[in-house]
Design a protein around this ligand. Structure first.
Ligand code: ZN
Length: 148
């Protein structure tokens, strides 16, 4: 399904996929992108279906978790650092293997149900862009697929 053309300073419309960019500020960071995804959903004019969020990067990821307490994303990053140390006799010559491993563990996409034009997130849930090799300019792709 193709969406009607829309103009937005932050979103570029490409067929049915909306893309927005974020500039991360640290090497490791979790950025709440719920508002960006929500605004892409609004632009789609789809009331019921699924919203697919995809991160087209190999050293970043997307996840859903709590943002009411900022210590939750901090703790997630701390645990990932303990599990996947920066140095570990990795073979990848670029020197960012830890970021690649973290990205694969967390994953490149999330799917959120859409009900009556709203993301069906739980009260405490936010969508986080996970930066593991920043700071960089990153892209987030959002596709909203209508219910049949
Ligand atoms: Zn690499």
């Amino acid at each position: 399904m193709k969406l009607p053309a829309a103009s937005c300073g932050k979103c570029a419309l490409q067929n049915s996929t909306m893309i927005f960019t974020i500039n991360t500020r640290s090497q490791f960071e979790m950025v709440d992108i719920t508002d960006g995804v929500r605004s892409a959903l609004r632009k789609s004019n789809i009331l019921n279906g699924v919203c697919h969020v995809f991160v087209p990067h190999t050293t970043a990821a997307v996840t859903i978790n709590e943002n009411a307490d900022p210590d939750v994303p901090r703790d997630i990053l701390t645990v990932l650092d303990k599990l996947i140390p920066l140095s570990n006799n990795y073979r990848h010559s670029e020197g960012n293997s830890a970021a690649h491993v973290k990205a694969s563990l967390i994953g490149a996409s999330e799917t959120i149900l859409v009900e009556e034009g709203e993301l069906a997130l739980g009260t405490w849930q936010s969508i986080f862009f996970c930066e593991f090799d920043g700071p960089r300019t990153r892209r987030v792709m959002v596709s909203v697929i209508p219910a049949a």
